[in-house]
Design a protein around this ligand. Sequence first.
Ligand code: NAP
Ligand code: MG
Length: 404
Amino acid sequence: MADKIQMKTPLVEMDGDEMTRIIWQWIKDILILPYVDLKTEYYDLGLIHRNETDDKVTFDSAEATKKYGVAVKCATITPNAARMPEYNLKEMWKSPNGTIRAILDGTVFRAPILVKGIVPYIPTWTSPITIARHAYGDVYKNSEIQVSDGTKCELVCTDKNGNETRQLIHEFNGSDGIIQGLHNIDKSISSFARCCFNYALDTKQDLWFATKDTISKKYDHRFKDIFNEIFEAEYKERFDAANIEYFYTLIDDAVARVIRSNGGYIWACKNYDGDVMSDMVATAYGSLAMMTSVLVSPDGVYEYEAAHGTVQRHYYKHLKGEETSTNSVATIFAWTGALRKRGELDNTPELSHFADMLEKATIDTIESGVMTGDLYSMSTLEDKKKVNTKEFLIEINETLKKLV
Ligand code: NAP
Ligand code: MG
């Protein structure tokens, strides 16, 4: 075999848990190491090691990502009560994704991988729709009170000089009720806007954004204004040059247009809209196992991963020695996303080309009829074969050998 592809700068590698940890090693051994002289700075985010380091490893991996600019992450367990005895945990450690996102101040972009034979529930969605969710504030950091009949509720704001502004919310007259206080901050909305504009330029796709500014004339309108100001001041010329568009509309109009569209754009969503719409879009495209995810910071740091979790149920089967047929596509695409970006930043086009070929080999393998059980049950291909977790990777490598 010819010389392996060289890397100038290491990737930050964040290992993880359960079935995805098994797949992680196999992807490296079968699909990457034979071709690439892989350089990584390795952080073990598996729950055992997070617990041993009091979760310091998670913080260190995020700092390393800031330093090197590109990371690839395996799915990790977010501990709940059941995990405390299972892993003998000192604490119920926080979600690593939450910790890393907070340190990088990033936005998550999720996009489906489309293959022939897996038909979206909306058959006109022939290109991927990428969803970006603002992950700060609104109803997720709310303050709410249940109130009784006869209560008068006001918004009270006290500024730093002690001046009060009061505004009536509602006088409850004839019924008990509920109230809710929400907030957001310009700084977070601005970061979100810049992440979205940068990612649109990076992937050469139009950017859509929508709120309910006609009804929420201050709150939602602020989102619209911040996006618009940043676009006009910092991005308009680059969008024109790249021949892409920034498109703002009302959220209900956006939903109608999304359904009628063919995909192929980024849809930036406020926090709640993104929560709901990302589940809808993921389901409509067919499989969580085919959904990629990338965290992008406003200053252009990238962390790639699969959108799904650690596939616990399959892992327990694997531990019992039973055969599994776990889909590794989204995890492979996390690696290819990171390798391609590293190649772009380091000006090593052979590395980016390898990433392209590995993606092509993966898609070609599925389209030739070889797939894992989750896709097998959905695929409309006539000639199809279900393979186990490892066989799938070996089959992809057979296709890859012919491409490189
Ligand atoms: P999950 O790992 O996403 O799996 C849920 C189910 O979806 C699986 O049981 C499987 O269905 C199917 N599935 C998901 N990915 C698949 C794949 N690659 N191939 C085939 N089938 C796949 O979610 P979970 O079981 O609810 O969560 C397990 C752990 O993952 C939890 O500890 C959670 O904290 C963690 N998690 C981590 C991340 C992350 O790190 N980004 C995200 C979400 C969850 P069948 O069982 O029907 O085959
Ligand atoms: Mg949701």
